[in-house]
Write a protein that binds this ligand. Sequence first.
Ligand code: SAH
Length: 260
Amino acid sequence: MVFLIGAGPGDPGLMTLKGRECLEAADIVFYDRLVSPDILRWVRPGVEQIYVGKEPNRPGTRQSDIIEQLLEHARAGRTVARLKGGDPFVFGRGGEEAEALAAHGIPFEIIPGVTSAVAVPAYAGIPLTHRGVASGFHVVQGHESVDSPAVDWPALAKSRQTIVILMGLANLPDIVGRLRGAGMSLDIPVAVVRWGTTPRQQSLLGTLGDIEARVKDAQLHPPATIIIGEVVRFAKTLSWFGPRRTDVTKAQDGIPTSSV
Ligand code: SAH
C-alpha cells in the first residue's frame, strides 16, 4: 500500500489528520525538500525516512528512481508513505507516481494537502477571491519547462482574476514582461511571499511596475509564492501572521510598501 500524502505548506498544523494517521502507519517514508522536518516527528521510531527531494538547479533523485523505490517497497508488503509539500496533485508530480502505482496494480490512496497556493496568501492576509474585487483565481507554475504545457499569460492578464504563481521567482522578470506586454497595468499590486506559513515567512509587497526591483533589493530567493491582483491590497489591513506584521500596518496609504 502506498499513501501519497500532502504535508501542507510548512506550518505542521496545516497537515490533515488523515495525512498524519497514514504517516504514523508507515513502514517506510519518502519525503520531498519542502516537507517540514516537524512533520517527520510523527513517523514511528525506527522507521526509515528517505529524502528524495530535488534542490533547485541541482540534479536530485530521478523521478524514475523514486517510482522504482515506491514500487519495490510496496511489493515487499510494506506500507509506504510518500510525503509531498502542499498538495500531492498540485505541481508535485503526484499524478505521475499514482499512474505508475496504478499501472503496476499497487493499491494507493491520495491524501490531499493544504496547497501553498492557497495557504501562503492566507498567511499573508490576502483573500484570493473577494466580492467585487476578484471572482476567481488562477494557479500556474512560473518556470517554463519542456515537460509542462506553457502558460497563456496574455489570457491571465486579461482575466481580471487573481493570479497565483508557484515556482516563478527565478523567472519573475520574464513573467512581469509578459503580463505588461499583454496590457496589464503597472499599478496592479503584487506580493511575493517566501517560506510562507513558517517562522521564516517574509513578504514583499509592490506593483507590477516595481516588484522586480524590490525582489532584487531584498535578495529574495525561492521558495516563494507570487500573488498578482487587486486583492493583494488587503495585505495592508489583513496581515496577521509573524513578527513583522507591524511593518505592514505601518505602510503608507495606497499600495503597501515592503514588509520585509
Ligand atoms: N505541491 C506543492 C507545490 C510544489 S511546487 C503545493 O501544493 O504547495 C513548489 C513551489 O511551491 C515553490 O517553488 C513555491 O512557489 C511554492 N511553495 C511551497 N511551499 C511554500 C512556502 N512555504 N512559501 C512560499 N511558497 C511555497
